[in-house]
Design a protein around this ligand. Sequence first.
Ligand SMILES: Cc1ncc(COP(=O)(O)O)c(C=O)c1O
Length: 471
Amino acid sequence: MATTKELKKKSGANAELSTEELLRLESEYCSWGDTVHYAEKPQIFERCEGAFLYDNEDRPYLDLQMWYSAANFGYNNKRLAGALKKQIDALPQLACQYLHKEKIELAAKISQANEERFQEKGRVHFNVGGSQAVEDSLKLVRNATHRNLVFAFQGGYHGRTLGATSITSSYRYRRRFGHFSDRAQFVPYPYCFRCPYQKKYSDCGMYCVKQFEKQFETEYNGVWDPKAKESEFAAFYVECVQGTGGYVVPPKEYFPELKKVLDRHNVLLVDDEIQMGFYRTGKLWGIENFGVTPDIIVFGKAMTNGLNPLSGMWAKEKLINPKVWPAGMTHSTFSSNSLGTAVALEVMKMTEEENYGKKVTEKGKYFLDAIKGLQKKYKGYIGDVGGLGMALRIEVCEKDGYTPSREITDRMFQLGMEGNIQVGKKKYGLILDVGGYYKNVFTLAPSFDITKEEIALAIELLDQLFQKAIS
Ligand SMILES: Cc1ncc(COP(=O)(O)O)c(C=O)c1O
């Protein structure tokens, strides 16, 4: 295998490496462990703008996933990039033990936004990535309750650090890494299209919540000591719309009913908004759609539109005030970095000035209606569609409309990545992300600034992919 040096020598000292040469180097020098490596020949991109990624031939790939919902406000968003550039010139680096105004203003804005929404005073604690914020929240829960076990959902995803992996349902992510003594107790998610209890929503009476509460009925169910009136489980980690699990939206009554059970048993509600936060569902936090107040909210991703990473958690004052949660409870060199906080502050200002709630809700509905047209055309093959705001789902099935089809899904994903879909005189690619319990759901998280013309293009591209994949 040639080294970079040898490859450059071969084609001239300043020569650009070809795609083939880059892929050869990648296969030798990049760890495959830090990403997914779904495609046999991973695509290399050179630039991005709006809702598109571009390869080295400047071919556009319409992105319907926007970096797993981290770039909600569009690639290369001028206002947010401007905030970053301004901060690079002013205060690009600062150790987190010192203060800068963007951190303080950002924490105040998020806390005040939550005070308005939930009538709860609280504080914000920063970190860098989503999983790290999840780790911090686990420490916060342990510190507040002196208990370390939690509930989480089947199909839930909370990240890949050791703590986050222990509350993520897939055993696949734990299998190679020994014993996880704090592995969460995984509870069925209200996934009505494939109800884990084979009920029908129209007359189920929230059977799933009742089943959950049954665990607290006697001491023999293993989670509750009726004499001490104490649960062995400190918190329930939820995604109000399941992300990696396939953009599954629960029925309206689910979370209010669940919260009553948690309150009755003194179990905290931790709301993981890392994927759904920052208006993906048409609200700052997805949980607002369901009218319950969480005790802790964890967020990241679109907080900086995917520019300099930043994450954090908000918690109720009683859990996070400095008396109970003093200095140094967690620490990361880059936690409240000045670049990330500057961009996140601009995101907060931008979403206060423009009505993202209205924009995302209307555009999401428009997009979903167009997807429903596709569902009619590909009757059966699209078993279920749905969504909340601009978190949309297409569940791909066999012709019977129910049996999950990973095969058709994979074929469409692969064809989209190849970038050879002809529309008019131009060739396009389509960036899709696959989620769902059976890896048969396209989880669509388009740019909030996607235009109606681009939505029409998305439908045309999906249409062609369906046609090719089922024939
Ligand atoms: C709901 C949820 N929680 C946690 C994470 C982990 O965040 P990160 O990948 O930034 O560590 C993700 C990432 O996809 C997520 O979707």
